[in-house]
Design a protein around this ligand. Structure first.
Ligand code: CA
Length: 122
C-alpha cells in the first residue's frame, strides 16, 4: 500500500521537477489549455461521476483493492481541513492544486500539459 502511494506520488508530483524549478507568481491563473487538461483529468478520475474525487474514485482508477485508502494522497489536493472524515476533492480544489503546481514547478504551459496530461493519460 505504501509502495503504491509512493508510485502514484512520484509519477504525479515529482515528474520533471529536477533542475527545472522556477517560481512563478502564486495565484496566477491557469491558461485555458492547462485548465482543459486539468478538467479532463478530473473527469477521468471522478469514476463515480459525482463531481468529487474520493478514495473510492482512485481505487477504481487504479484498480486497487477495496481496503486501499488514498486519503493521504488526496489530502495533497484538499485545501479544506482534512483532519476529519474522508477526504473529498472538489473540482475547484483540484484546479487550485494544479494552478499552484503550474506556478511553482512547471516552467511553461507546454511542459505542464505534457507532464500532467501524461501523468493522468489525458
Ligand atoms: Ca467521485
Amino acid at each position: 500500500m505504501e509502495a503504491l502511494m509512493k508510485k502514484v506520488k512520484d509519477a504525479c508530483e515529482k515528474r520533471g521537477t529536477t533542475g527545472l524549478l522556477k517560481l512563478g507568481k502564486v495565484g496566477e491563473l491557469l491558461s485555458a489549455e492547462c485548465k482543459a487538461i486539468v478538467e479532463k483529468a478530473f473527469a477521468k478520475l471522478d469514476k463515480t461521476g459525482d463531481g468529487i474525487i474520493t478514495s473510492e474514485d482512485l481505487r477504481k482508477y487504479y484498480s486497487a483493492s477495496d481496503d486501499t485508502n488514498f486519503d493521504a494522497y488526496l489530502a495533497n489536493f484538499d485545501s479544506s481541513d482534512a483532519s476529519a472524515g474522508p477526504v473529498e476533492v472538489t473540482k475547484a480544489e483540484f484546479i487550485e492544486h494544479y494552478t499552484k503546481q503550474r506556478a511553482s514547478i512547471y516552467p511553461t504551459d507546454e511542459y505542464f500539459i505534457t507532464s500532467v496530461g501524461g501523468c493522468w493519460g489525458v
